[in-house]
Design a protein around this ligand. Sequence first.
Ligand code: ADP
Length: 262
Amino acid sequence: KPNSRPLLEITQVSKRFGGVVALEQVSLQIWPGEILGVIGPNGSGKTTLFNLISGLYGPDEGKICLYKPDGSSVLISGHSPDQIARLGIARTFQNVRLFNRMSVLENVLVGMHGQLRSRFGGIILQSKLTRQEEMRAEAEAMELLALFHDRLLPAMNRSASTLSYANLRRLEIARALAAHPSLLLLDEPAAGMDPVETEELMADVRHLRAKGVTIMIVEHDLSLMADLPDRILVLDSGRRIAEGHFSQIQNDPTVIEAYLGH
Ligand code: ADP
């Protein structure tokens, strides 16, 4: 896509932990509206890449740049996770992190607070919402729940702890979307799901893309990436070893060897 601007541009990023090289000179671009898959065997640096983008770590070398709709760019490497979230990058984690005792709807409302805070300049968390603001927020949260067909919305007043595991993972995505991110990072969203649940979740993610959300999805299992991503990046030992559509990388000897070697 030579004529458009990337949403996120990662240039020559490296990250070490003591003597371990987790990422070595990795560059990549994420284009607006695409689903980018990042795969690789265990220890190849996938999570580290996510952690760098979401600000949990800073890179030892290289830079990460987020392009805003107005064409300006922000260097996000070096910003805190909070700042990066406010700049429009949201993520889920490998382990579900929700408020179990809150309702499904409240969990999404919590995800909206960052947005409300920026919209009304810091007052929302300290003071109460007016009834009108509250209703507007609830309507918006319900719209987000409705993106997941009839799996979350009918359960909106139930405690999150009553949801099935697959629906908890959906709720986590809904909560991440509540901040209106321009980029959504999904860390092994199908982990722990059976094949049917996985296929259903992938269909939901596809539906989100149709709504214009740009998505980067990390997955260990290559076979799960057959239909969903527009493009797949393959990491091995912290290096980028291949890139392309599933049909291209599936038969790439370098990729096969990387997986066999682990
Ligand atoms: P993946 O997500 O592909 O399994 P990771 O990014 O988790 O890979 O890990 C890449 C390498 O970096 C591994 O060797 C891992 O042990 C190391 N690593 C990742 N995070 C840390 C950390 N916080 N401290 C020490 N080593 C780490």
